[in-house]
Design a protein around this ligand. Structure first.
Ligand code: B12
Length: 206
């Protein structure tokens, strides 16, 4: 039973209510990242209902659309006027995976903190990650994955980056990522939310 009203509204797919609650919480002075956390909680519940067959793909799509609308409201509060001169970071969702809502939040937050983010989008081929890391000489590459089936693609992408001998740290993120996954795919860091990702970036660029 969800006690967080915003999480509950997204679980109920109440689009208008979600936007009203997001605006109310911003007006109250809540941090945009706490609001994202509530949305994420609700979406996780939607995912569970999809898994058990109570929700179908249409509900998953709708939940994604609601999240996009909520992010339109939150975006100006996550991004400020920094110029992006703190250094390059390459970010993308791995090959085979088209989930991008979480990645986009990470991108917004990094841009907001002044990094120049090279966003490769979704379903990113291994070579594209390697090329971008090489060309930009980015000290950090961030990879997003939500599908367990795409873990292997993530491992292959990291292997390919290492094979080039690039001096690049790799951070992976996604809802199910943990230390075991990090170790298996050979990443340097992992994060389950955007703010932990930002902390790692700050550490690397410090
Ligand atoms: C919305 C959604 C969709 C939308 C995505 C819309 C979009 N534009 O992204 C649509 C409808 C397209 C979709 C499609 C599918 N989905 Co889907 N989807 C979801 C759902 C409900 C929410 C995901 C989400 O956006 N969460 C909100 C964001 C904010 O959270 P987040 O992604 O976790 O990101 C945060 C952190 O993880 C972290 N993070 C994420 N990336 C990164 C990267 C870095 C570098 C860092 C530092 C941090 C970081 O920071 C973010 C912000 O805090 C999840 C359920 C869940 N538990 O996540 C299922 C889920 C991921 N989907 C699932 C499935 C199965 C699918 C489909 C295969 C369904 C189908 N039969 O077609 C397809 C896959 C298509 C593909 N090839 O990718 C499964 C995956 C199961 C598995 N074990 O692999 C899940 C878990 C649902 C479930 N429980 O069954 N999906």
């Amino acid at each position: 039973m969800l006690t967080d009203t915003l999480a509950k509204a997204i679980l109920d797919l109440e689009e208008e209510q979600v936007i009203v609650l997001v605006k109310e919480r911003l007006a109250k002075g809540d941090s945009p990242l706490d609001i994202v956390e509530s949305l994420q909680k609700g979406m996780s519940e939607v995912g569970k209902l999809f898994e058990t067959g109570e929700f179908f793909l249409s509900e998953l799509v709708m939940c994604g659309e609601i999240m996009k609308d909520a992010m339109d409201v939150l975006e100006p509060h996550l991004i400020d006027s920094h110029s992006g001169n703190k250094g390059n970071i390459v970010v993308g969702t791995v090959k085979g995976d088209i989930h991008d809502l979480g990645k986009n939040i990470v991108v917004m937050l990094l841009k907001g903190a002044g990094y120049n983010v090279i966003d490769l989008g979704v379903d990113v081929p291994i070579e594209k990650f390697v090329e971008a890391a090489k060309e930009s000489k980015a000290p950090l590459v961030g990879m997003s994955v939500l599908l367990t089936g795409c873990q292997e693609a993530m491992k292959q992408t990291i292997d390919a980056i290492r094979a080039e001998g690039l001096n690049t740290k790799v951070i992976i993120g996604g809802n199910y990522i943990d230390e075991l996954v990090r170790e298996y795919v050979g990443a340097d860091y992992f994060a389950n939310n955007a703010s932990d990702g930002l902390k790692v970036a700050k550490q690397i660029f410090s």
